[in-house]
Design a protein around this ligand. Structure first.
Ligand code: C2E
Ligand code: MG
Ligand code: MG
Ligand code: MG
Length: 283
């Protein structure tokens, strides 16, 4: 810009890295402040069981509330928390809030379940396990109503500790879902080692599946493998009816995406038939 208009200047790499670093430092401070002031907000996106046609659980997604009331998505600030080593604090904050909220829901939500994201840097941590164990015990919530989503790539980096962690969480009675499955350095052999309950197929294989034969073959194979291993499947990023029809015909068990419902600050059940969500206030 300083060099005037119509002038293209190479944006050198170190400059880009410094800018990125400055950004991360800003997010780090804002996030630490948000944690202290309890300004992290949870939003809930319905996950619909295709066979039952109704919302079976909600994915809990974190947002940061800005001064002007706007909600900042996690893609902005989670990387800073990971980079500066306090992502476990964020994950503990979110899961504590989510489990306590679940415990306080009115009776009509007694079957409602939550699916909570854990960073790969939280997976394998003894402190994280103890936090989960304590919150589940003290809340009195049926642990079967709580699923933890872990990303395959993260889980695969430290396989032994991830395996132990997953086993302990499942012994507690909670469920494990492998998030964003199929991207990164994935391999079917990990499915042998990581005993998960649910396989969440990455949205990149789903969003255009109605137009893409390779995606269809891939999802079909994953559904077969998952079923053979006693796991359920979720398709994320279901954005329209064509995608919904396709994943259903391929035997996927659950769907999540804007076609069913966006993340909201209230629990808004979605259904497949008619897809007309009934708003229920949980205030
Ligand atoms: P994810 O766990 O794979 O979550 C799915 C993301 O896709 C969410 O973005 C959701 O809003 C978005 N999404 C859902 N349906 C659709 C759709 O139909 N189309 C499109 N284009 N997008 C859809 P979000 O909320 O921005 O979260 C991004 C990621 O941040 C999450 O990916 C998750 O990895 C991470 N994240 C969110 N909350 C937490 C948390 O509490 N702890 C940790 N460690 N990570 C979190
Ligand atoms: Mg997730
Ligand atoms: Mg996902
Ligand atoms: Mg994803």
């Amino acid at each position: 810009k300083h060099s005037g208009r119509n002038c293209v200047r190479a944006y050198d790499e170190s400059e880009m890295m410094r800018e990125e670093m400055d950004n991360q430092l800003v997010w780090k401070d804002r996030l630490l402040e948000a944690l202290d002031r309890d300004e992290l907000v949870l939003v809930f996106q319905p996950i619909v069981a295709i066979a039952a046609g109704r919302t079976s659980h909600y994915e809990v997604l974190v947002r940061m509330r800005e001064k002007n009331g706007k909600l900042v998505p996690p893609g902005k600030f989670i990387p800073a928390a990971e980079q500066f080593g306090f992502i476990q604090r964020v994950d503990r904050h979110v899961l504590t809030k989510a489990i306590r909220y679940l415990a306080e829901l009115p009776a009509e939500f007694s079957q409602t379940a939550f699916s909570i994201n854990l960073s790969g840097m939280s997976v394998g941590s003894q402190e994280m396990y103890e936090c989960i164990e304590k919150e589940v015990r003290e809340s009195g919530v049926d642990p079967a109503r709580i699923t933890f989503e872990i990303t395959e790539t993260a889980a695969c980096e430290q396989l032994t500790s991830a395996m132990e962690f997953i086993q302990k969480i499942r012994q507690l009675g909670c469920r494990i879902s492998l998030d964003d499955f199929g991207v990164g350095f994935s391999s079917f052999s990990y499915l042998k080692h990581l005993r998960a309950d649910i396989l969440k197929i990455d949205g990149s294989f789903i969003r255009d599946i109605h137009n893409n034969n390779a995606d269809q073959l891939f999802v079909k194979a994953l559904v077969d493998v998952a079923r053979g291993m006693g796991m359920r499947t979720i398709a994320e990023f279901v954005e329209n009816e064509q995608v919904y029809d396709r994943v259903r015909s391929l035997g996927v068990d659950y769907v999540q995406g804007y076609y069913l419902g966006k993340p909201e600050q209230e629990l808004i059940p979605a259904s497949v038939e008619g897809r007309r969500p009934a708003t229920i206030s949980v205030a």
